[in-house]
Structures are given as structure tokens and as C-alpha cells.
Design a protein around this ligand. Structure first.
Ligand SMILES: *Cc1c(COP(=O)(O)O)cnc(C)c1O
Length: 357
């Protein structure tokens, strides 16, 4: 393997198995019951328009989000890319938070492929206010980039899984629409916000022209995200899905896992939120650890005052089969359906010992 490869490294041979995987909510494995549902799935040819299971998933997602239409895609990143390609022209400007996934975690796609520029707004916990948005509106002159899209992450990932309130969302989307912009929600963890806030998804996303949900983030599916919007938006988005190679064939086998997740793995997100709170309470007792009370399933904590680095902590924990991630200089622990309440006390004491050693 040449040293300039961007491919992910394989785990070293003989590495101890990971028992408590808090690295990401993408680290779940499909359960036997989900695999059963996949085995029973009726299938056709998705890009030919005749896979009944993909249609069923899309119908359910359109109903859940209160939109006219939906489209099944392999990943959340492809949802963001296709939504931006559909809403914007090259040279347009997208307004988003400065910590957003489209700015930091999509490999520079928007410079490389969509040709938009992204204005990153500041604000605590991955969020900004209606006043911040008003202050970002540019005069419409031939000198300024045409502002075209407001993009919001619900929940805000780097913001610690924080939830934008429904009132703020509605004010923000009203401002954007007054300016003639479109509105797009990166809803990778939308259902975490809906379950925690007790607000139906269709209300939460009412002000958004497009929204997507990731089925690999805490919902347990092996693949898939669904992008929703108007008939016209989804009709236009299909051209980009086809161009990018995101059109599938026997997609029903994967769509069945997503339908299973909608039926069985949404309400239980509340367990992940309770486990996140328990973990944060435990971590708050450790000297030198600074942790925020989590809104949802992501727990970010700062260990600078302990004198240990994030990679040092990760390495010590990994030897005990516990995996956490480092993001933006902090440690991130993600709660999901393969992490049980019984694993929390062990995790807290392992972190306490690792930081004291
Ligand atoms: C994970 C994530 C994405 C990308 O989703 P993939 O399915 O990994 O491509 C986009 N936005 C946010 C906020 C995410 O957390």
C-alpha cells in the first residue's frame, strides 16, 4: 500500500475485539430479525422503477416527513451532494454552520463536484440564531455570490448532538424563503431530535424544501439514506442520482432493512438518549473532564485538563475493547442500539482509570 493512499487501513492482525463500540452510531450490526426481513424482501430493479420494497420505503418516508416524494440512496453524503446539485448552480452560496458536515466531512465535494461555496456561520453547539442568519444575507449585486440555500443539521453533530428548536427552525426557514433561497435539512440524526423533543418529523421539517434521514446512524441498517422533497425536487434529483451512479438495481434487499428500522428502531432511540445522559453524568464526576449534558445520543467531552491526549485515551481504552472517537479536539462517544445500559458503568470506570494512570 503506497503511503499516499487514501484508503482506510485494516485493523492490525490480533487486535483485541471491540466489546463496547462507542466510536460511532454507524457501528451497529444488522440483527437476525433485520436480516430475516431482508431475506423476505420482494425485489425488482430500482432504477427501472419497479422495485416494490424501495417504493414502499419511499412512500413511508414521504409520509413520515410530510413531503410529496422520496428517493432511496446509498449514503447520507450522496443525499447532501444531490440536494445541493438540485437546488443550486455552480458559484451559488450555501449558508450553513461553520462546523457542518458539508464543510468538514465530505472530502471537499462541494468545491470538487457541486461548485458551490459554503458560508460557515458561528454559534455555540453547532447552531446559529435568526439574527445571525439575517446578518449573513448579502446584498444582491453582481459582485456577491448568489445565495441560494440554507442548510441545517438536525441534530448538530459537532454541536454535540444538539437539537435545533422547532421555533428557531421555522424562523430560519422563513427568513431563507423571504430571500428566495431554498432550505435543506441534513437529517442524518433527525429521528433522534424528534424522539427527544417529542415532535413529529413532519412538523420538524415543515419549513424545509428537502430533508434526508440516514438509516446507518443508530437505526441499525447496513446501508441507505432517504432524501425527501416535492415531486418536482425529487424528479430533478433523479438525474443526479443516475449521473453519480446512485441508482440501484435489486435495492429492495437494502430497503427492507430500512423499513424494519422504521418499524422497530425509532422509539428505542430514547434508550440511547438515557444511556448518553448516564454516561455524561458519570464522566462529569471524573476530575479534569468537561462534559456537556447531551440532548441526544452523542456525548462529547474535553480531557485537556487531565494532561492526557485524545489518542492516548483511545489507545488505552482500545486495549480493553472499548472504542471512542476523537472529533474537533474532543472525545466523542456515540450511543446506539448495540450499547446497553449495563455497559455504561464499565465505560466510565475504564475512562477514569485511563485518565488517572
Ligand atoms: C454521517 C453524517 C453524514 C453522512 O452520512 P453517510 O451516510 O456517512 O454518508 C452527513 N451529515 C451528518 C450530520 C452526519 O452525521
Amino acid at each position: 500500500m503506497s503511503s499516499n493512499s487514501w484508503a482506510p487501513a485494516r485493523p492490525p492482525k490480533g487486535a483485541p475485539p471491540v466489546r463496547i463500540n462507542l466510536y460511532s452510531d454507524t457501528q451497529t450490526r444488522p440483527t437476525p430479525a433485520m436480516k430475516e426481513a431482508m431475506m423476505r424482501a420482494e425485489m425488482g430493479d430500482e432504477q427501472h422503477g419497479d422495485d416494490p420494497t424501495v417504493w414502499e420505503l419511499c412512500d413511508r418516508m414521504a409520509a413520515l416527513t410530510g413531503k410529496e416524494a422520496a428517493m432511496f440512496l446509498p449514503s447520507g453524503t450522496m443525499c447532501n451532494v444531490i440536494a445541493i446539485l438540485t437546488h443550486c448552480q455552480k458559484g451559488d452560496e450555501v449558508v450553513a454552520h461553520e462546523t457542518s458536515h458539508i464543510l468538514h466531512s465530505e472530502g471537499g465535494t462541494h468545491a470538487a463536484l457541486t461548485g458551490v461555496q459554503i458560508m460557515g456561520l458561528k454559534g455555540a453547539r453547532g447552531m446559529f440564531s435568526p439574527d445571525d442568519l439575517r446578518a449573513a444575507i448579502r446584498p444582491k449585486t453582481r459582485y456577491t455570490p448568489p445565495q441560494r440555500l440554507l442548510e441545517i443539521e438536525q441534530t448538530a453533530n459537532i454541536g454535540g448532538g444538539a437539537i435545533w428548536s422547532l421555533q428557531t427552525l421555522n424562523e430560519l426557514t422563513d427568513i431563507a424563503h423571504e430571500q428566495g433561497w431554498a432550505t435543506h435539512m441534513d437529517g442524518a440524526r433527525l429521528m433522534n431530535a424528534c424522539v427527544s423533543a417529542g415532535i413529529p418529523a413532519s412538523d420538524m421539517v415543515a419549513g424545509f424544501d428537502s430533508v434526508w434521514l440516514d438509516f446507518t446512524k443508530g437505526l441499525g441498517a447496513p446501508l441507505g439514506a432517504v432524501l425527501c422533497g416535492s415531486n418536482e425536487f425529487i424528479g430533478q434529483a433523479w438525474r443526479w442520482k443516475q449521473r453519480l451512479g446512485g441508482s440501484m438495481r435489486q435495492g429492495g434487499v437494502c430497503a427492507a432493512a430500512c423499513i424494519y428500522a422504521l418499524e422497530h428502531n425509532i422509539d428505542r432511540l430514547a434508550d440511547d438518549h438515557a444511556n448518553a445522559k448516564a454516561l455524561a453524568r458519570g464522566l462529569a464526576q471524573i476530575e479534569g473532564v468537561v462534559v456537556e449534558d447531551p440532548d441526544t445520543n452523542l456525548v462529547f467531552f474535553d480531557i485537556k485538563a487531565t494532561g492526557k491526549s485524545v489518542p492516548q485515551l483511545q489507545e488505552t481504552l482500545l486495549k480493553q475493547g472499548i472504542m471512542v472517537s476523537g472529533l474537533g479536539g474532543r472525545v466523542r462517544a456515540c450511543l446506539h442500539l448495540d450499547v446497553t445500559a449495563a455497559m455504561i458503568p464499565e465505560t466510565v470506570s475504564a475512562i477514569r482509570d485511563a485518565l488517572a494512570a
